[in-house]
Design a protein around this ligand. Structure first.
Ligand code: AVI
Length: 354
């Protein structure tokens, strides 16, 4: 028998990491490459609209994911560290409120925040079961293995899947209850309609009494918001422009990022940051794999992302409308970011239409 070691060198006897890790593919590799994520129909649609748009999912190739990790460390980008500080301060309270529960996380990333939660549940002596969900099998496996090495009693069931499919197919929790976590204010990257559909899907995936932990960025001074998306080191600009490089390798394109500039601003009436790429001169781009030729005028833009900033009271009402009743809301001393723990209270009659 192999006895695995934790980061501190302690033996994780008797179960090896392999025995505590299950990776399930809800989408096969072929399905992943054939689904709407990458067949390019969304790119063709977006680049033939006026104004042009591109779906934010194209930020996240390997380089884009690395750039996003760098954004999270930037002095101007307050959301990541503010949310982490809230969790550090209140994770024990979250664990006490939910009791032992299976932690399901949509988009686990580097799992830094997951560790804060796992530490709190561990301290209370609760069994640790974690279900991370991501479309990238590589990221899921590597971060799950790091967690398993550090938490000897942890059991991980990783799902390679889109959020939508995973929420539809979640099996019943193996522990008394379950908490679905959606952190980092990723909800802000969905427009109002998408957000409404997503919350219906969360509500449908939960049984009565189960929990939803949501992290959201809050409305604040325009100055701070503009700085967070126009950092002085130009990392956010590189992240935005990298979308063009991503389209180049994925669809055999010839975008020249030097022909575009990053443009991000806070739209106060919509309470959202809007990110665009602006063409600095008129030129033509081809995406050969999509059989697409696109003309750009000087100054023409491609809309790449919204990042909505929320009001805590309105969000609580919206959640309640989906049967997700806020039990507790935590924020930081500046009230820049909010973490809400909701409990599913409606009997399940919610129907979801896409
Ligand atoms: C992933 N998401 C929550 C980030 C945000 O702040 O909306 C993406 C991002 N875009 C530019 N900077 C960060």
């Amino acid at each position: 028998m192999t006895i695995s070691k934790t980061a501190s060198g302690k033996a994780a006897f008797p179960y090896t990491i392999e025995k505590r890790l299950q990776i399930e593919y809800l989408l096969s590799a072929t399905a992943l490459s054939q689904n709407k994520q990458s067949d390019g129909s969304d790119v063709v649609w977006g680049l033939t609209q006026t104004p042009k748009t591109l779906p934010p999912r194209y930020f996240y190739d390997d380089r884009g994911s690395q750039l996003f990790e760098q954004i999270c460390e930037l002095p101007e980008y307050y959301p990541t560290r503010t949310e982490a500080a809230i969790l550090q301060r209140f994770a024990a309270e979250i664990a006490q409120l939910t009791g032992a529960c299976e932690i399901v996380e949509l988009g686990s990333g580097s799992s830094t925040k997951t560790r804060i939660l796992l530490d709190a549940y561990n301290k209370l002596g609760y069994p640790l079961r974690y279900v991370p969900i991501d479309v990238s099998a590589g990221i899921l496996e590597s971060s799950a293995k790091e967690l398993l090495a550090d938490y000897p009693s942890l059991v991980v069931r990783a799902l390679v899947s889109t959020y939508e499919l995973a929420l539809e197919r979640l099996e019943g929790s193996r522990l008394a209850t379950r908490m679905i976590c959606f952190l980092g204010s990723t909800l802000g990257n969905l427009n109002r309609e998408e957000c409404d559909l997503f919350l219906s899907q969360i509500a449908n995936a939960l049984n009565v009494g189960e929990y939803f932990l949501l992290g959201i960025d809050l409305e604040k001074s325009e100055y701070l918001l503009n700085a967070a998306y126009n950092d002085s080191q130009g990392v956010t600009a590189a992240f935005n422009l990298n979308m063009l490089e991503h389209l180049n390798w994925r669809f055999d394109g010839n975008f020249d990022p030097a022909q575009f500039e990053h443009w991000a601003f806070y739209n106060k009436s919509e309470s959202q940051i809007e990110m665009h790429l602006r063409s600095v001169r008129s030129h033509t781009v081809q995406l050969r794999a999509l059989d697409l030729t696109v003309e750009f005028e000087k100054g023409e833009t491609i809309f790449t992302e919204i990042s909505r900033k929320f009001d805590l009271n309105s969000m609580q009402k919206e959640l309640q409308g989906h049967g997700l009743v806020p039990l507790q809301v935590w924020t930081d001393p500046n009230q820049w970011f909010g973490v809400l723990l909701c409990q599913m209270q409606k009997t399940k009659s919610v129907s979801v239409t896409a």
